[in-house]
Design a binder for this molecule. Sequence first.
Ligand code: NCD
Length: 311
Amino acid sequence: MAERKHLLDVDDLEREDVENVLETARSFSEVLRRPIKKVPSLRGKTVVNLFYEPSTRTRMSFEVAAKRLSADVMNFTTSTSSVEKGESLKDTALTLEAMGVDAVVVRHPVAGAPWLLRQWLQAAILNAGDGMHAHPTQALLDLFTLKDRLGELEGKTIAFVGDILHSRVARSGIKACRAMGMEVLAVAPPTLLPPVPLEGVETGYDFDAVMPRCDALYMLRIQKERQKEGRFPSLEEYTRLYQLDARRMGKARPNVVVMHPGPMNRGVEIAAEAADAPHAAITAQVAAGVAVRMAVLFMLLGGGEGGERIA
Ligand code: NCD
C-alpha cells in the first residue's frame, strides 16, 4: 500500500497489501500493550474525522489510533458544525483542506461520498463507512481478529448472519474473507439478502443447518434505522430463527469464533450468553480496530516505502 494514498474499499487492496496491513497492525498491537502506548510516527500530521452519521466506536477508534501515532486530530461532527447551516460536503471538505489536513476519515450516509472527496481533495481519504456500501477498516480489523483466533484463514468457513442487505460491514467483510481464501456463507431471511447474488458466496436461510460447518459466526446488527419497510413479520420471529443463543451455540464447533461489529442489539441478533461466551471475539475486534487503523494511517501517511521503523 506504500504508493497508495487512499483506502476506499477492500477491493483497492491486493492480498499482499492486506497481509502488509495485518503485519504492521501486529507490531502496533505490541506497542498498545506497552505502558506508554504512543509512537512518534505521524508527528506533525493532521487527521480529521468527518462524521455525518452517529458513531462512537469507529470515531473513537480512529481518534485513538491517530493520537497513538502522535498525529493531531480534529473531530467534525455534523450536529455541532455548519452542516446544520446548510454547508455542502464539498465546501466543508475544502475548508478542512485549506486548514492543512493530511488525512480525512469520512463516514457518510450516502454511498460513494468518499470517492467524491477523493476527487476534490489532496488529502488521503479513509472510508469509515459510506451508506450501505463499504467499511474497509472494519473488514481489515475483522481479518486481524480472525487470524488471531484461527491462524491460517485459507479454507476456513465463516457465516455472515442477519441483516446482510443493509450492511456495509458484510459487503466489505465478505470480499475481504473471500480474498483470503475463506469459504463464505450468507445466512438470512430472503428479505434481508441483497437482490443480486453475492459473488462466490453460498446463501442459505437455515442457520441451524450451517452451524456445524462454521469456524466463525459473524452476527450482524438488525439495522432498524435503515429499514423503511418491514422485512420480517416480527422481531420475535427473527429472533427465533436467527438469533445466536445458547441453544444454537450448542450446535456450533467447540472453538467457533463469535463476532459482531457493534453496536449489539442484545436479545435480538445475539443473546447475552453468546456475546459473553469465552469464544466471543467482540472486544478483541475493538482492540484490533485501533491497531489496524494505526497501521492504515501509518501506511498512507508516513510509511514511505516500508523501510521506516514504526516503533
Ligand atoms: C457498523 C457500521 O456502522 O457500519 N458499526 C461499526 O462500524 N462499529 C455496523 C452497524 O452499525 O451495525
